[in-house]
Design a protein around this ligand. Structure first.
Ligand code: 5GP
Ligand code: MN
Length: 345
């Protein structure tokens, strides 16, 4: 049995909002990851099962390794089709915001969502939620939005009839946001939920292969290049840095999602506590920053202080509006400032 996360009043309010709505936009953050896509698709399947017209919409394109997901063919990509999607958002009865907690994370989709008179629901597990929804649940102690979604559905009494498609999408989000259950994944509830999902007939081993064994040869060559040529280690700080320029992305035929997970690899180095990855954005003149840590090193504090960002204790991000060489200097300054916390082992 799972603990109930929502009060009775809260459940009633949620049910009332869902009952009243027929055309429902289900959306997530920019550059959707497995948890964003998993929660959008799982919730869309669920709403469809309840007789609703669920319209899954993502702000921009999602990576190829998620294209196998059930229902993915119905997902509208706002950036590619603004003209058709904006009127759907404006005409919707309800907008469900999953796996993000500030409207800026919608990029261009923010405008129609805010112009729409539809009430908004937010279900999310990031820190520091903004107040932009009529109904919201924000739980940063959850492994993933997908886990949170399962628990809400459980409280609504909707897991009994959960389909294999819904279960597969939820499992995908839980698996990807925990690196295949290798971080943020010590609570026993997670494995209770997985047990429940398995009873719906999901093939979790296949889902693992679909997501993690689904890369292009180009990604592998780029990974080899990054580790052999670009990896810089700072043994005194138990930290490492990799940088990727626009020119290098072009040279290795980089496609969106190709560098997904690269930042985690240097954490496998003996005694590693922090890994930083800098990538020149191809669309905007900024450096995207990714940080990953182990144990109690607070990436989110470093991201907020040095990289205009934030995130979770062990996984954060941000961006710098400067050239790469300047960004590397910022990294060096950050390492120096955090030396006392990095030195602990
Ligand atoms: P990633 O390295 O995968 O891009 O991001 C890891 C985590 O850092 C995300 O799940 C999110 O919580 C946080 N994050 C990434 N980019 C930003 C950003 O620009 N601003 C803030 N506040 N958080 C971010
Ligand atoms: Mn997530």
């Amino acid at each position: 049995m799972l603990d109930k996360l929502l009060s009775e009043d809260n459940v009633r309010h949620l049910c009332a909002l869902l009952d009243k709505a027929q055309n429902i936009i289900v959306t997530c953050h920019v550059s959707p990851d497995g948890d964003a896509m998993g929660s959008v698709l799982a919730f869309s399947h669920f709403l469809g099962r309840k007789g609703k017209n669920a319209i899954p919409v993502v702000p921009n394109i999602f990576p190829d390794f998620l294209k196998w997901m059930p229902g993915v063919e119905r997902v509208a990509v706002y950036e590619k089709n603004e003209g058709e999607v904006a009127p759907l958002v404006l005409a919707a009865d309800l907008v469900v915001c999953l796996d993000f907690n500030t409207p800026e994370r919608l990029l261009g989709l923010q405008k129609p969502v805010e112009e729409s008179r539809a009430p908004r629901i937010m279900i999310d597990h990031h820190l520091d939620p903004a107040d932009f929804c009529e109904w919201s649940v924000s739980r940063s102690d959850m492994s993933s939005t997908c886990e949170l979604l399962f628990r809400i559905m459980d409280q609504l009494g909707e897991t009994e009839d959960m389909t294999m498609e819904e279960a597969a999408c939820i499992y995908t989000g839980m698996m990807t946001d925990t690196g295949g259950f290798s971080y943020n994944s010590n609570r026993s509830d997670i494995y209770y939920i997985i047990g429940q999902l398995l009873t719906k007939g999901i093939d979790k081993d296949k889902i693992y292969r679909n997501v993690f064994f689904n890369y292009s040869a180009e990604r592998f060559r780029l990974m080899g290049y990054m580790l052999y040529v670009k990896l810089e280690t700072f043994p005194e700080y138990h930290a490492s840095l990799m940088t990727l320029t626009r020119e290098e992305q072009k040279r290795f035929s980089h496609k969106k999602g190709d560098t997904e997970g690269f930042v985690n690899i240097p954490l496998q180095i003996n005694k590693s506590r922090l890994s930083i990855f800098l990538r020149e954005d191809t669309e905007r003149r900024v450096i995207r920053v990714s940080l990953r840590s182990v144990d109690d090193f607070p990436c989110n504090k470093m991201a907020a202080e040095f990289f205009n960002g934030g995130g979770h204790l062990n996984a954060s991000g941000g961006e710098l509006p400067c050239p790469m060489d300047r960004a590397v200097e910022v990294v060096r300054a950050a390492l120096k400032k955090y030396a006392p916390l990095l030195a602990v082992k």
